[in-house]
Design a protein around this ligand. Structure first.
Ligand SMILES: C[S@@+](CC[C@H](N)C(=O)[O-])C[C@H]1O[C@@H](n2cnc3c(N)ncnc32)[C@H](O)[C@@H]1O
Length: 190
């Protein structure tokens, strides 16, 4: 099972579910509004664009449903914002414990964070976010993920040509201009 947290309008889940009908996808977001359209569409008959292998759930990362415990083979978090962004880039212990709780053995956790120091200054200051330097990522953030049971398998900065290919609505929105530094983090549950 593949879980997308902070799924927004669910584009990643619906695209992936259509491309991989034998895999099951769950899109989770704290905000129900953007989930409405995509979840209605998923319940249609398959001939009318329905997706029997996709499900959408309203929940916050801090409070993931216990029904998901030990069930995710992959967890994706693409372009988090607000409290989701804060929990991820500060390595919040409660959120990481919730991620580890829903992870099946050897679960892959993929995180893509895109921040523009100028354009996103207000949000960076409001949330009190650290600068995502190589030193911070390797020296402070990865050890917090390791302590929560996620061993780093990859960490670095993505060039626009790579992150703009991601099948999410925010990857498409953010393509235009700016000086966006996109960080990717990949872990395996241990
Ligand atoms: C910038 S959007 C990205 C949406 C999608 N992943 C994409 O790439 O198009 C960030 C999403 O994170 C969700 N979010 C914010 N805080 C959250 C939390 N604590 N738990 C779960 N989702 C949260 C927001 O509601 C929003 O839909």
């Amino acid at each position: 099972m593949i879980v997308d947290i902070g799924t927004g309008d669910g584009r990643f889940v619906s695209r992936s579910a259509r491309a991989n009908p034998r895999k099951f996808y769950i899109g989770i977001d704290a905000n129900a509004k953007p989930l409405e359209k995509v979840s209605m569409k998923a319940t249609r008959k398959p001939a009318k664009g329905g997706l029997p292998n996709a499900l959408f759930v309203q929940a916050a990362i801090e409070d993931l449903p216990p029904e998901l415990d030990e069930s995710a083979d992959e967890i994706h978090i693409h372009f988090p914002w607000g409290s989701l962004l804060k929990t991820i880039v500060t390595g919040d212990a409660r959120a990481l414990a919730a991620l580890r709780r829903i992870a099946a053995p050897e679960c892959l956790l993929e995180i893509v964070v895109g921040l523009d120091e100028t354009r996103d200054r207000t949000e960076i200051e409001r949330l009190g976010l650290p600068r995502l330097s190589e030193d911070y990522l390797r020296g402070e953030l990865l050890p917090k993920f390791a302590a929560a049971g996620f061993e780093a398998a990859g960490c670095g900065f993505l060039p626009p040509a790579e992150w703009s290919r991601l099948e999410t609505s925010w990857a498409r929105k953010l393509q235009t201009g700016g000086d966006r530094e996109v960080v990717y983090l990949v872990f395996e549950a241990v």
